[in-house]
Design a protein around this ligand. Structure first.
Ligand code: HEC
Ligand code: HEC
Length: 340
């Protein structure tokens, strides 16, 4: 009896241990399966800062000064990103008006405005944009994809035409933007995207004073007639060493840069070439006046601008073309003051 009782106890113990072990194994298997096949993010997940989606690691909190473009890997994706980099820095040579199948109407490069291959802080850099778009854009009054936003610059800044979203040129540019966005967070804008903050002086911009600022700080590179200086060697051949600021090879009058405040914000943190957001050369007043001088000059005309901003209440004050909903004169919309 005594022996039998002990035996039964031992058998029970072995049974318990076996069941326990089986449970542990089951748990481990479940954990592995869950890790391999994560459930699709629910609506709540989309609001969290996801650190694993799209290969973003959420490391950057600001667009760094002197960002180093990661090496392009020898994979199909890496090669497409490298092509995207060339498209952005040598746009004129690959898809400009002198090529067989032109996509742009001027000989600028995307990086004429998005400096250093779209990596310089406060020159509307591309770093992080693949995690920010789609986003609401007032000019079209809709949630816009990154492809549509790029097409905005093709049609206006580059005075060209919109591309099919699956065009290889478009896919290459998007792949490049993703390539430099890997360390940026998803779903939030970071410091250094866009342009510097700028409080416009409470007066109309003064084109005469702007002309003097231009002569002193800009003319040596951009020319007395705003025509720039053509590039004759290396990857500047077919484009510009110093790009034009007005005339037939410049951005058209529907472009973001044709707006006084946008131009002033760009100029303040980026021009004359070499300045940065934390070491500007021009005062706010000078940037405001020289932007007005530049944008008072003749440039290509974009058709159908009256269809921009379907919701006119969203139209920025400095949009230089009608229609408007307010009684402020077109002249004041173009040159300020903007205290209305
Ligand atoms: C003449 C200057 C200029 C050129 C050239 C230019 N852009 Fe832009 N781009 C701008 C301005 C200005 C903005 C911001 C406009 C605004 O929102 O007020 C902008 C915005 C953008 C944005 C959105 C940035 C953000 O933070 O939301 C993308 C993407 C972009 N451009 C891509 C391109 C590409 C690609 C090219 C070349 C095909 C190009 N741009 C050429 C001036 C330019
Ligand atoms: C040392 C030469 C230099 C000086 C001086 C200079 N720029 Fe630029 N600017 C450039 C270069 C180069 C680019 C294009 C960026 C690139 O290629 O890296 C550029 C781009 C621009 C752009 C956007 C591209 C375009 O063609 O529209 C504007 C606007 C601009 N400059 C305005 C100014 C203004 C205003 C001044 C004077 C306050 C000025 N620049 C002084 C060299 C210069």
């Amino acid at each position: 009896m005594h022996y039998n009782n002990q035996h039964i106890g031992l058998v029970k113990l072995v049974k318990y241990i076996t069941v326990l072990l089986a449970l542990v194994v089951l748990l481990i298997v479940c954990a592995v399966v869950v890790r391999r096949f994560p459930s699709p993010p629910g609506p709540a997940d989309l609001r969290l800062p996801p650190d694993s989606r799209q290969g973003h690691s959420a490391g950057l909190t600001a667009v760094p000064d002197n960002f180093e473009i990661p090496a392009f890997e020898d994979t199909p994706e890496g090669q497409l990103a490298a092509y995207g980099y060339r498209l952005i820095t040598e746009t004129y040579a690959l898809v400009g008006p002198d090529t067989r199948d032109p996509l742009t109407g001027n000989r600028l490069a995307c990086c004429s405005c998005h400096l250093n291959g779209g990596t310089k802080p406060f020159s509307a850099p591309y770093i992080g944009l693949s995690g920010v778009f789609p986003i609401y854009i007032g000019r079209e009054d809709k949630i816009e994809s990154l492809e549509e936003r790029i097409n905005g610059c093709f049609e206006r800044s580059m005075n060209g035409k919109a591309l099919d979203v699956n065009h290889e040129v478009m896919r290459a540019m998007i792949t490049y933007i993703r390539h430099i966005s890997k360390e940026a967070p998803v779903g939030v804008r970071i410091k250094g995207q866009g342009f510097v903050d700028f409080t416009p002086p409470a007066r109309a911009a003064d084109k005469e004073r702007g002309a003097a600022v231009y002569e002193k700080n800009c003319l040596s590179c951009h020319g007395a007639g705003g025509e720039g200086i053509k590039g004759s060697t290396g990857n500047r051949e077919g484009g510009y060493l110093y790009p034009p600021l007005w005339g037939p090879d410049s951005y058209n009058d529907g472009a973001g840069m044709a707006r006084l405040l946008t131009a002033a914000r760009f100029i303040k943190a980026n021009m004359p070439l070499g300045v940065t957001h934390d070491s500007p050369v021009l005062t706010d007043e000078e940037a405001y006046d020289v932007a007005a001088f530049v944008n008072s000059q003749a440039r290509p005309v974009k058709a159908d601008k009256e269809k921009d901003y379907p919701d006119l209440k969203k139209k920025p004050k400095d949009c230089p073309y009608p229609p408007y909903t307010d009684a402020v004169s077109p002249e004041q919309h173009k040159y300020g003051p903007f205290n209305f």
